[in-house]
Design a protein around this ligand. Structure first.
Ligand SMILES: Nc1ncnc2c1ncn2[C@@H]1O[C@H](COP(=O)(O)OP(=O)(O)OP(=O)(O)O)[C@@H](O)[C@H]1O
Ligand SMILES: Nc1ncnc2c1ncn2[C@@H]1O[C@H](COP(=O)(O)OP(=O)(O)OP(=O)(O)O)[C@@H](O)[C@H]1O
Ligand SMILES: [Mg+2]
Ligand SMILES: [Mg+2]
Lengths: 265, 265
């Protein structure tokens, strides 16, 4: 069955959909079959990215495509019914992709939803991107006014803890939780170091490991209308700027750090 | 009654809470009484920012504070009941702050919620920050693969349209919708221009105006643990770097562009 990679962070705009697409394209270009599941169907960023890619293929480009599905949250008027409906639809789509693909990449919303929590409880690998920022950090842990000491754990840490328990109870499975910084700049050495120090302490305390992340580069977002990533450009022989090559290396370093199981592509 | 400024954008991480706090502190430092209402109580970014500021005041700093309230969404099991509960709690808190303050700044979640929509329908001024990115733009309008032509309007534009109608029906009031770019960099001239062109066309088409926005600067986020903004630092005589002065000017330019009504501070 597919190895499941969930991209999660309750904090909005931390880079989940961007990270999801770059992991997807990297695996596709290595020859794997990849399923993509968008649980943020109202925003539908991943769905649009995949549809833009299809549009580019229909216009004549030869690009590998993922097998895509998305789930609209139930509109049932009673919460328990809506959750039951969400769960049923999730299981149908999830099982289908699980059987059909080498890897299944699930994009979750930047808010606390039943479908998002359900996906977390099914992850083999959980990838959490976050901005190099105390505001993003605040969803993992509250810090004191020096910005150096952890005062208490915060809502997203608690959610992951709950879903790790759910996973353990369902099938004794463990979730490999990998956190990466996103939109990093070369400047701001002091803020960067302060946050890195808190993250190192937090990693030990709540059980995640830290992977090399992505710098702030326009190449991570300017190809969205075409459904492309820099991996597609470079490997089709388009001219390569320094930033494109550096970005590709960042994506490769992340994939390497994820320690994904070997599959025959 | 207070002039109501709602900070809204369904897209996560566009800079709502950051923009909210900087507008709040600017108005406070000009001597106005400011109410703050956090409708994103689970994430609670604005609530934490305000509490961090209180903590700094309790430690001896002399800083103006907003009058703060936050609303947890109802947990009622039936959707219609939950919305009725949310509406009642909103009206109590809202009326109180409306009567007590010169300005009321409302921070909304980066997702589609009943409380968020309700706040939009009560706005005098709606401020929408967004990243200089096709991914953020996608919540206002879908564009074609060239990234230049608008294909159709998207979910957040539709939401604002609905809430403007609701406002018009309730009290014939109009919402001044101001959109600003956030986390701008000096690089990426082509992507920046392409997005600026789409925004100009969109502004005419859906009825918003564009205000000068904020650059990407660590000073917009590194003071979060202390509950401060660069306006507090500069005006207390702390040493001012070029970036701090430039950031303060960006905040002042935004406030100016908002065209807020004159109030006796
Ligand atoms: N490394 C990067 N370099 C440049 N821009 C980036 C990078 N990562 C993300 N972005 C931009 O930052 C914004 C947020 O990214 P993205 O939409 O992927 O986050 P998200 O966590 O999926 O957000 P949401 O919570 O709304 O689903 C987007 O405008 C995106 O284009
Ligand atoms: N102008 C800026 N310069 C530097 N960093 C910024 C700027 N604006 C926002 N940020 C950072 O970007 C991230 C998103 O900002 P913020 O939390 O204010 O957005 P939001 O729209 O309120 O997000 P959410 O949808 O999760 O409520 C945070 O880490 C914040 O510190
Ligand atoms: Mg997303
Ligand atoms: Mg916010």
């Amino acid at each position: 069955p597919a190895h499941i990679i969930v991209i999660g962070n309750e904090k909005g705009g931390s880079g989940k959909s961007t990270t999801a697409m770059h992991i997807v394209v990297s695996l596709l270009r290595d020859g794997y079959s990849v399923g993509t599941l968008d649980l943020d169907a109202r925003q539908g960023t991943l769905t649009r990215y995949v549809n833009n890619r299809k549009r580019t293929v229909e216009a004549g480009e030869n690009l590998p495509l993922s097998r895509h599905a998305f789930l609209q949250p139930s509109e049932a008027p009673v919460r328990a019914e809506a959750e039951a409906e969400d769960r049923e639809r999730f299981e149908v789509v999830f099982c289908e992709l699980l059987a059909a693909c080498d890897f299944l990449v699930v994009d979750t919303p930047g808010s606390n939803t039943y479908l998002g929590r359900l996906a977390h409880s099914h992850a083999n690998t959980l990838v959490t991107p976050l901005n190099d920022s105390y505001i993003d950090l605040d969803m993992l842990a509250n810090v004191d006014s020096s910005g150096r000491d952890i005062v208490k754990l915060s809502v997203y840490s608690e959610m992951v803890f709950e879903q790790r328990k759910a996973r353990m109870m369902r099938d004794r499975g463990a979730i490999d939780w990998v956190v990466m910084r996103n939109r990093l700049s070369n400047l701001n050495a002091r803020n960067k170091q302060d946050i890195a120090d808190v993250m190192t302490a937090l990693a030990r305390r709540i059980g995640f490991r830290i992977a090399p992340g992505f710098s702030e580069r326009v190449i991570y977002r300017e190809l969205f209308p075409r459904g492309l990533t820099m991996l597609d450009l470079l490997e089709s022989g388009e001219s390569a700027s320094m930033s494109h090559l550096a970005a590709r290396q960042e994506v490769r370093n992340l994939i390497e750090a994820l320690n994904l199981p070997q599959r025959k592509p």
